[in-house]
Write a protein that binds this ligand. Structure first.
Ligand code: GRF
Length: 209
């Protein structure tokens, strides 16, 4: 049984998709052990509690130094024997100590087709504003392993979503969530939980069952 921690900062619609996928069997061999947010007001924490999942707020604001915060976050994960950390709209930079301790065991969902519109400063609506400003015809979402960089780790899954006439950043964000994020993040977790992801030279291969 793969024990996962889901790290969140906002509304938690990706968390909701993961909870639903575990419940309906889209994700197997997996237990959501804890949901952790840096934001005590994140509705994602409410979603976790309503689903009977432990919900924690571990915020940098509550610690004297960033180093203390990072140590507390890592300790919370290790003490719960977490196998996989899933970043689902988590807006705090992951410190290298955590990347090292959970090497190859941290996944992130990004709302674009990496390497487009990613990296420092590209998060939330900013991603979709940039895509619309550039005039791309296709955007989408990416699930990738987290390494020391920002949105630079090995790509696990991607799903394309077409831009439509009249799209605003908000409309595009919602469509990419509905058509891409909420599908590929649960799928990536399921692949990991069932030992079907192999990384070699920075390339992720999906192994047949
Ligand atoms: C999603 O758009 C995700 O791609 C991005 O942050 C947003 C989180 O939304 N990383 P939610 O909290 O899962 O609703």
């Amino acid at each position: 049984m793969t024990r996962i921690a889901v790290l969140v900062s906002g509304g938690g619609t990706n968390l909701a998709a993961i909870i639903a996928a575990v419940k309906d069997g889209t994700i197997t061999n997996t237990e959501i052990a804890v949901v952790i947010s840096n934001n005590k007001n994140a509705y994602a924490l409410t979603r976790a509690e309503e689903a009977g999942v432990e919900a924690l707020c571990i915020s940098p604001k509550d610690y004297g130094t960033r180093d203390e915060f990072n140590r507390e976050l890592v300790a919370a994960l290790e003490s719960r024997n977490i196998d996989l950390v899933v970043l689902a709209g988590y807006l705090v930079i992951i410190h290298e100590i955590m990347v090292q301790k959970f090497s190859g065991r941290i996944m992130n969902i990004h709302p674009s087709l990496i390497p487009s519109f990613c990296g420092t400063g590209y998060y939330g609506l900013k991603v979709h504003e940039a895509a619309l400003k550039r005039g791309v015809k296709v955007s989408g979402a990416t699930v990738h392993f987290v390494d020391e960089g920002t949105d630079t780790g090995p790509i696990i899954l991607q799903k394309a979503v077409y831009i439509e006439d009249g799209d605003t950043p908000e409309i595009l964000q919602r469509r990419i969530m509905e058509q891409a994020e909420w599908k590929i993040l649960p799928e990536a977790i399921n692949l990991y939980a069932n030992g079907r992801l192999k990384v070699k030279d920075g390339i992720v291969r999906i192994m047949e069952v």
